[in-house]
Design a protein around this ligand. Structure first.
Ligand SMILES: C[S@@+](CC[C@H](N)C(=O)[O-])C[C@H]1O[C@@H](n2cnc3c(N)ncnc32)[C@H](O)[C@@H]1O
Length: 284
């Protein structure tokens, strides 16, 4: 079987599943099995697969057909132009979350000090903390999560990206173990409500970690706890930035009614994605 034939057969098989563009998935899986760049497939369409490559490819195509997310099969996802390792212990970084990174960079520029202290709460793969570290060479960045399995992945990514000395990764229930005060608290918390679990894609529900996806009955549990904790741990004028799910902007804003400068950042579709709030200068 040639590369071209293998892709066509896999695309045909994946087309029967409601899991996204079949050809792209087939190409990505074959790229992974051959350990090559995608361009290799187009440069060598007539190359024969070895028996081993063929059986490995059939195996990963079957996993994908059964709904396992592509990123958990390949173990990779790009975020903010950086390559992250992912495993089923962490949420797969989403492009929407790049809005959280850009909002944090914008606030960091406003605070306009080099030695900012920033903490990423619920870091998962570490994508937000590490993207910020890559952009803010002088900042002191901490990354916490309640899942020790996720923290292993975050640490591995810190090493891979050569940022391990810059980002302090440790276990904490929200800000419970965090010491000192911060200039920016960022978080992409679990925000899907149990009440809307049936609207979540099957792939997410069955494969991504529950603790990374669900935030209580309405999706607000983590916001209810994190907002008052951040109030106590932010420097005067510091910022809290949180990603939000699409139906919870109003209740999250309600929880921020004592804060200053509350605003939402829309994504490219105009859906509010990030809520920003500033601590009043005299608050303690
Ligand atoms: C939506 S995921 C976000 C992961 C990553 N920051 C990202 O944006 O891709 C939420 C993360 O919060 C973590 N988490 C859930 N409850 C937590 C808690 N009480 N304290 C700390 N982290 C928590 C989960 O383990 C998960 O890694």
């Amino acid at each position: 079987m040639t590369i071209k034939e293998a892709i066509a057969a896999a695309a045909e098989r994946l087309a029967h599943e409601p899991i996204g563009p079949p050809r792209m998935a087939a190409e990505a899986l074959l790229t992974f099995v051959l350990n090559r760049e995608r361009a290799f497939l187009f440069a060598h369409p007539e190359q024969q697969l070895t028996a081993q490559q063929r059986s490995r490819f059939e195996d990963v195509v079957a996993q994908r057909a059964a709904g396992k997310p592509l990123q958990y099969i390949t173990g990779r996802q790009e975020f903010w132009g950086l390559e992250f390792s992912v495993s089923p212990a962490v949420l797969i970084p989403r492009p929407e979350t790049e809005h959280l990174v850009s909002a944090a960079l914008e606030k960091a520029a406003k605070i306009n000090r080099d030695d900012l202290r920033i903490i990423d709460v619920g870091t998962g793969s570490g994508c937000v903390a590490l993207a910020l570290a890559s952009e803010l060479p002088e900042a002191q960045i901490e990354a916490v999560d309640i899942s020790s399995a996720a923290l292993e992945v975050a640490k591995e990514n810190a090493q891979r990206l050569d940022l391990a000395t810059r980002v302090n990764v440790y276990e904490s229930d929200l800000l419970g173990e965090a010491r000192g005060v911060f200039d920016i608290v960022v978080s992409n918390p679990p925000y899907v409500g149990r009440c809307e679990a049936d609207k979540v894609q099957r792939e997410v529900r069955e494969h991504e970690p529950e603790v990374a996806v669900f935030g209580g009955e309405q999706g607000l549990d983590i916001y209810r706890r994190l907002i008052p904790q951040a109030w106590d741990k932010l420097n005067p004028g510091g910022w809290l930035l949180m990603e939000i799910g699409f139906s919870i902007e109003e209740p999250v804003r309600e929880l921020l009614k004592h804060w200053n400068g509350v605003s939402s950042v829309p994504d490219l579709q105009g859906v509010p994605r990030v809520v920003c709030a500033r601590i009043p200068r005299m608050h303690h």
